[in-house]
Design a binder for this molecule. Structure first.
Ligand code: HEC
Length: 476
């Protein structure tokens, strides 16, 4: 273990993740079946009617460029967060098989929530028709079609700040040297520029400095100066909290968001803001995943402030359970927890959270009249693509409703994300190889006076025995 890594590394296995799912996930198998059926039909068809085999395959110019331009190149451009560009025909042709694999499996574009379970901002999903076109195009050898008629792709974004220049940018005070080799590093940095005034934030975005090794980041406002003290006592830039197991486990800091490659900037709906009290420090936690080349990182966090008074302030709730004890080898370990909603509120965003052996989750609100509102479902949990899912319209949840959540864990060797080979018993804990079972909810109370009551109700969720009864049907 290197001096400042705090969590057991899971990098090797983790690294393989993007490749393994193609072979294992159900949709891929289904598609394979479809493709073989199509081939069979084509063969059968060609015996009976030779015209069948002449059906033109989709071309890049006519069919594929529009899909890549609208759904992929926002990340896949030179210098973008995607591992290669998809802006030109050559780019697309050179990666045709990978593109076909990643889209068939719905690994790309990255969006892990199930359609029909909540309507979210920036939802990205290809239609079955688009996926089938890409398949047929790749299978036909990625034909170009008439490139002369192709409109140029949209321009490369001028700034990596996807919402434009932030009102305030907080930069790491010093660069942090990330070695070429070793275990993953979890490091915390107190950023320049304490929050000197009260501020209303409406959006947050993050710019990794050393993109190749910044694996994810979490942001906090520290109102008690704990981070400042820890950083002062540490000879290297920032600090690590190996001793305490994380920065979140104390009450003096509020978590205000996070970032992972591909995650959208956190943007609140119109009229809603997040209130930051004067005197806080911004602390970011960065997880570095070493890649064989030494790097210097100086990441930045951008805040966008309200330009007009907001009507509503968002509040954060965490519901969940620490009652987790997942036997090695167990494939179907379920937890069920919930919250009784004591006052009218609106649900603005939702972020389910598990670690590596987490497999699927869903959450439903049952209203007092019995109506069930699906809030979110993630049928194939993927730690790499966690997101804060912001609803297109905040979801009204009246007093007397109940929010229920079900989480499943697969702690068997068959789960490619399992960091332990062979599997070991896994319990609740702060390390990434421990597990969690929780949901962060961004809410606005209908009447601000009800805020504390709602907070209390969410805390009560942690004291209920988490039972696996009434396991719901899978959503995906
Ligand atoms: C929001 C950003 C984003 C969008 C949109 C996006 N990608 Fe990606 N893509 C990424 C990132 C980041 C990776 C690297 C993921 C990793 O290694 O875990 C990636 C990886 C890939 C890979 C490599 C997968 C592998 O084998 O490891 C392919 C292929 C791909 N993307 C194709 C696409 C296609 C096709 C689209 C559009 C239909 C698309 N991507 C949309 C960010 C994006």
């Amino acid at each position: 273990m290197s001096a400042y890594s705090q969590q057991t590394p899971t990098l090797l296995n983790h690294h393989l993740l993007p490749m393994i799912p193609f072979a294992l996930k159900r949709p891929a198998l289904r598609l394979l079946l479809l493709v073989s059926l199509a081939v069979l039909t084509a063969i059968a068809g060609s015996q009976w009617s030779p015209a069948q085999s002449q059906t033109a395959a989709p071309t890049y110019a006519q069919d594929i460029a529009p899909i890549l331009n609208s759904s992929c190149i926002e990340c896949h451009y030179p210098g973008g967060i995607g591992p290669f560009s998809l802006r030109t025909y050559t780019d697309a042709k050179n990666n045709a098989d990978k593109v076909a694999g990643a889209t068939a499996d719905r690994f790309m574009p990255p969006w892990r929530a199930q359609a029909g379970w909540g309507e979210f901002q920036n939802e990205r999903r290809l239609s079955e028709t688009e996926i089938a076109k890409i398949q047929a195009w790749a299978a036909a050898g990625a034909p170009a079609g008439n490139l002369s008629q192709l409109a140029p792709p949209p321009p490369i974004p001028a700034s990596n700040w996807r919402l434009g220049q932030p009102d305030q940018v907080f930069t790491m005070p010093q660069a942090f040297d990330v070695p070429d080799q070793g275990d993953d590093i979890y490091r915390y940095f107190v950023l320049d520029g304490a929050l000197l005034e009260d501020k209303t934030v409406v959006a947050i975005d993050f710019q990794p400095g050393a993109k190749a090794v910044v694996h994810h980041a979490n942001f906090f406002v520290d109102y008690e100066g704990r981070g400042r003290k820890l950083a002062a006592a540490d000879p290297l830039p920032g600090f690590s909290t190996r001793e305490t197991g994380g920065f979140m486990d104390y009450g003096g800091a509020s978590a205000i968001g996070g970032w992972a490659p591909g995650v959208d900037p956190y943007q609140l709906p119109p009229g809603i803001g997040g209130y930051l009290r004067q005197g806080g420090d911004i602390v970011i936690e960065i997880h570095y995943h070493l890649n064989g080349e030494a790097q210097r990182d100086r990441s930045r966090l951008g805040f966008y402030y309200a330009k007009a008074p907001v009507e509503k302030y968002i509040e954060g709730l965490i519901i969940g359970t620490q009652d987790l004890d997942i036997p090695a080898g167990e494939t179907d370990y379920w937890r069920h927890f919930g919250m009784d909603v004591p006052a009218d509120m609106e649900l603005v965003d939702i972020s389910p959270h598990m670690h590596y052996v987490g497999k699927e989750m869903q959450a439903i609100a049952t209203l007092p009249n019995g109506t069930q509102k699906p809030l979110i479902c993630i049928p194939d949990w993927d730690l790499d693509w966690q997101n804060t899912f912001v609803y297109r319209q905040p979801v009204p949840i009246p007093a007397g409703s109940r929010i229920d959540a079900w989480f499943r864990y697969d702690n068997s060797a068959a789960n490619p994300a399992n960091p332990n080979k062979p599997p070991v018993n896994v319990q609740w804990g702060w390390q990434s190889t421990d597990e969690m079972s929780e949901i962060y909810l961004g809410i606005v109370p209908e009447n601000w006076r009800d805020g504390p009551k709602i907070l209390e109700a969410s805390q009560a969720s942690w004291w209920q025995w988490a039972t696996p009864e009434q396991i719901p049907a899978p959503c995906g």
